[in-house]
Design a protein around this ligand. Sequence first.
Ligand SMILES: NC(=O)c1ccc[n+]([C@@H]2O[C@H](COP(=O)([O-])OP(=O)(O)OC[C@H]3O[C@@H](n4cnc5c(N)ncnc54)[C@H](O)[C@@H]3O)[C@@H](O)[C@H]2O)c1
Length: 390
Amino acid sequence: MTRKTVRIAMNGVTGRMGYRQHLVRSLLALREAGGLALGDGTVLWPEPVLVGRREHALREIAERHSLEHWSTDLDEVLADDSIDIYFDAQVTAAREEALKKAIAAGKHIYTEKPVATGLSGALELARLAQDAGIRHGVVQDKLFLPGLLKLKRLIDGGFFGRILSVRGEFGYWVFEGDWQPAQRPSWNYRAEDGGGIVSDMFPHWEYVLHELFGPIRSVQALATTHLPRRWDEQGNAYEATADDAAYGIFELEGGIVAQINSSWAVRVGRDELVEFQVDGTEGSAVAGLRNCRVQHRSSTPKPVWNPDLPAAYAFRDQWQEVPDNTEFDNGFKAQWEVFLKHVYADAPYHWDLLAGARGVQLAELGLRSSSEGRRFAVPELRLDGTEATR
Ligand SMILES: NC(=O)c1ccc[n+]([C@@H]2O[C@H](COP(=O)([O-])OP(=O)(O)OC[C@H]3O[C@@H](n4cnc5c(N)ncnc54)[C@H](O)[C@@H]3O)[C@@H](O)[C@H]2O)c1
């Protein structure tokens, strides 16, 4: 075995996603497992170079995990030829500019979503990356969730027959921050800082729907701000200018209708924080983060509407749990592995900056749909900027 050290600049590692999901649970977890074997006798050894604005915070993380390299100077890091990959988990508003610099410096790119705050910026990034000939990837972690992997297994196995509809419920109560601290950063609730549930969650719904059920042909959404006042990390009240709930209807190629509610102002009455119910002619499934249950056509009970009598069945008991049949790894780490194999072993990879731009496109059209009260077609994105209506 030959060990190949790959130096990866990681920007935004003091944040929730950068630290926990990408540094600790992905790259450091890969090191704990002995590195990533490429299958040709090479083992990749990720060497994070922490990048950020606050030196003391970076030093503290580096010391906690016995890492040697950190910097507050992005330009200097990007000028370092020993660094192959630039990773970005900064606040959304800071991403586009940093990605542009990294592409110009010839680095391969791996980045959190949304890739930019607007479609034109997102498409430009995809074009620049293609022209520079670099490899690029965008986080699409939900595809690697055990619940959605089981759902994919059902689709691939033909369980549903013809799929009719998808109903998604995502959300939980995010505390306002006055009497209990909020569990999400305050910038998420300020439009001027790149916040908003549409720009945050529609990119996820784009790749989930697209990959599992087919491309999105149209979007109709109603976004709103249920809680207009919140309290920030310092306990100061602020005006929540961004949408904190969105109710969307998406028409997919082939006629499947998907409806997804996203909200940070809803109390959880579900089994999991996100759930998708899929109904097909031959069977139905409800998939969450981890679990997935099914009801086949042959075992579908016949409920009869009669509000005068108590329900005769416990409807939840009429579903059957889909078994794991495998061990599921952390999705963020699993996607890092695929991306690293793409860069260093030429493995196929399609969750790239163009795919990331599709997420931004859906968010942008969703917000327009909401503000104008109209339904919008979602044109197929092309790198040359032309649009084809599907
Ligand atoms: N894939 C997912 O499931 C998922 C989940 C949550 C967030 N995200 C995305 O990850 C990104 C980070 O979200 P988070 O929840 O970790 O946020 P966070 O606020 O916890 O972290 C943001 C990071 O950016 C840095 N930062 C803050 N302000 C900055 C500025 N003005 N300029 C440059 N850097 C700044 C912070 O120091 C921190 O390191 C967002 O783009 C968000 O959309 C993805």
